[in-house]
Write a protein that binds this ligand. Sequence first.
Ligand SMILES: *Cc1c(COP(=O)(O)O)cnc(C)c1O
Length: 412
Amino acid sequence: MILQTIFSQTKTLARTARLSTGVLRPTFSLATTLQQRANSTAAAASTFRAADLEKSPSTQLKELVPNQDLIFGHTFTDNMLMVEWDVEKGWGKPVIKPYGKIAIEPSSVVLHYSFECFEGMKAYKDKQGRVRLFRPDLNMQRLNRSSERLTLPNFDGNELTECIKELLRTDDRWIPSDRGYSLYIRPTVIGTSEFIGVGPSDRAMLFVICCPVGPYYKTGFKAVSLQATVDKVRAWPGGTGDSKIGGNYAPGILPQINAMKKGFQQNLWLFGEDHQITEVGTMNCFVFLENEQGEKELVTPPLNGMILPGVTRDSILSLAREWNEFKVSERKITMSEIVKAEKDGRLIEMFGTGTACVVSPIKMIGYEGKEIHVPLDPKDPNTQAGPLTKRLNDTLLAIQYGEIEHPWSVLV
Ligand SMILES: *Cc1c(COP(=O)(O)O)cnc(C)c1O
C-alpha cells in the first residue's frame, strides 16, 4: 500500500517533470521504477519461506575463539543466511551458506544513499544447552518497519525467525554456553539496485550474520559518564530516529569521539531548546527519581518519532509496570528537571538500555560545563549500579537464559 501512495505521488512528479524539460528528468526513471513495482506486486513473491530454505553450509569450519578472547562484533560464525529480492520476482529462496564476502556493484544504491537497515538480537544457551531467542517477533516487526521507511521490501517476520533458527542450529557450536555469553545476531537489509538515480531500489539483499559475544561487563558493572551533546542532534520530529537504519549511526560517531576526548565515555543526546533527554549513545535512556510530588517515578522519553523503540526499553517498562511498586512514565524529561532533581537530592538512578548491554548504569553527566552526579548504590559505595538497575538487569538475564519461565523467551 505504501508503494501505491508513492506511485501516485510520483505520477504528479512525473507530470511536473514533463512540464519543465531537462532539470527534473531523473524523476522519469523514478516513475518507471515505481510503475514497475506497482505492476509487479501481484506476481512477485511477497515473502520468502523457511520451508524453501536451501542449505550449503561451510565444510571448512573455523577454529572457535575462547570465551575470554571474544571482542564484541569481531568474530563471525561459519555460516550466514542470505535471501535476495527483486522487483519483478519478489523474494527468492533463503540460503544458508559459508560466511564470506558478498558481491555488489559499486553503483549499488546502498553505497550511495544508505539503503540499509538492520537489527540486533541475541541467542542464549540455557543450562540444559537449549538455545533461546528473546522476543524475536519485536525485532522482525522493527526490521519490517525500518525497511518500509526506506522503500525496501517487507517479508513475513515469522519466516525470517524460522530461517534464523535454522542458522542457529547450523552454527550451534558457536553459541557460547557460559552465563552472560551469547550469540549476537545481525539481520541486515540493503538496497542493491545498480543505477545511481535517487529512487526506490529494484533489488535488495537480506542477510543475517552472527558473532559470539561476551558479557558487556566482564568484571561487574562499570558505570559510565556522559557528555550532554548540545551542538548536534541525533533525531528530530518527522525524522528517522525511530528506525534502525544505517544512515542514523555514522553521523553519531563524531559527537561520541568529542565526548571521549573530554574524558567522558558516551554522549547524551538532547533535543530542543529545553534540552529534552532522548537517548544515550545508541541506547534508550531511563531516569529513576523522586518527582516534585514526592512519588518515586521511573521515566523514559515517549516514542514520539525521535526514540528508537528498543526491545529492552519495552521489556523494562512491562516489568516495572507489573511490579507496580513505583510510578512508570513515558514522558518528556528535560535537563533542567535532572539538574533540579540532583540539587534537591531526588535523583536516584539513571541507566541506558539495549540488547548488547541490557542495562548500562550512568554515574555522571557533563552538562554546560557542570557535572551532574547520579547516585549508584548508596548502601554499597563499591558497587557500580543502583539497586533498581541491578534488579532489572538480573530479571531480564534470568528470562533470557531461561531461568525464569517466561513467554518472552522462545526456544529454538
Ligand atoms: C538498537 C538501539 C537501541 C536499543 O534497542 P534494543 O532493541 O533494546 O536493543 C536503542 N537506541 C538506538 C539508537 C538503537 O539503535
